[in-house]
Design a protein around this ligand. Structure first.
Ligand SMILES: CC(C)(COP(=O)(O)OP(=O)(O)OC[C@H]1O[C@@H](n2cnc3c(N)ncnc32)[C@H](O)[C@@H]1OP(=O)(O)O)[C@@H](O)C(=O)NCCC(=O)NCCS
Length: 158
């Protein structure tokens, strides 16, 4: 599907919040907020990040301006990392791959890291299609699973 990235607007946040509360997405992402349904914590998190010049947030929009999801680059200079979330109804249509490609074109910083639950095959595939390679494996506590799980670290060099 055709997507474009634009600056995040206040009105986008309710859509992101709904998308980030879809049970299938929460399970897949695994490393989520402790309580994704806590709207006050969500709003505080986004308010902080939107004021932080080191966080590059973009809204992913479809051809009719519909909000498909969001994508971001964040983290300290030596550990810049990408993240993204696509609303359930848009999965499987190439939206994440197209959005990440556009983000990588707009942000020249390298290397870039990404992390995914080891069983998040979709996200790992998206990253590999965009040139990331697996460079590490870790264990981490995943709020959405209530336990420690395997995590894959990927790196984009060029
Ligand atoms: C993971 C996610 C971003 C994928 O988004 P998407 O728009 O459906 O991905 P795309 O359509 O661009 O798919 C890219 C590739 O991944 C594959 N893929 C997507 N979902 C998959 C899944 N659940 N299992 C296996 N492969 C999958 C597609 O088949 C495609 O591969 P192909 O081109 O070889 O056929 C989306 O499911 C999502 O936002 N999930 C919840 C949040 C999340 O996990 N974010 C990432 C945190 S690390």
């Amino acid at each position: 599907m055709d997507v474009a990235l634009r600056e995040v607007r206040d009105d986008d946040l309710s859509v992101f919040w709904a998308q980030m509360n879809e049970p299938e997405g929460i399970h897949m992402a695994a490393f989520t907020a402790e309580d994704p349904s806590d709207r006050a914590a969500f709003d505080a998190h986004w308010a902080r990040n939107r004021q932080d010049p080191a966080v590059i947030h973009r809204t992913v929009v479809g051809g009719s301006g519909e909000i498909v999801g969001h994508a971001a680059v964040f983290g300290p200079p030596e550990e810049r990392e990408v993240t993204y979330w696509i609303g359930r109804e848009y999965w499987g249509r190439g939206a994440a791959t197209a959005a990440l490609r556009e983000l990588l074109g707009a942000v020249p910083e390298r290397p870039l890291l990404a992390r995914a639950a080891a069983d998040n095959a979709g996200s790992i595939r998206v990253l590999e299609k965009c040139g990331f390679v697996v460079t590490g494996r870790e264990r981490g506590f995943a709020n959405a699973r209530g336990e420690e799980i395997d995590e894959v670290v990927l790196t984009l060099v060029g």
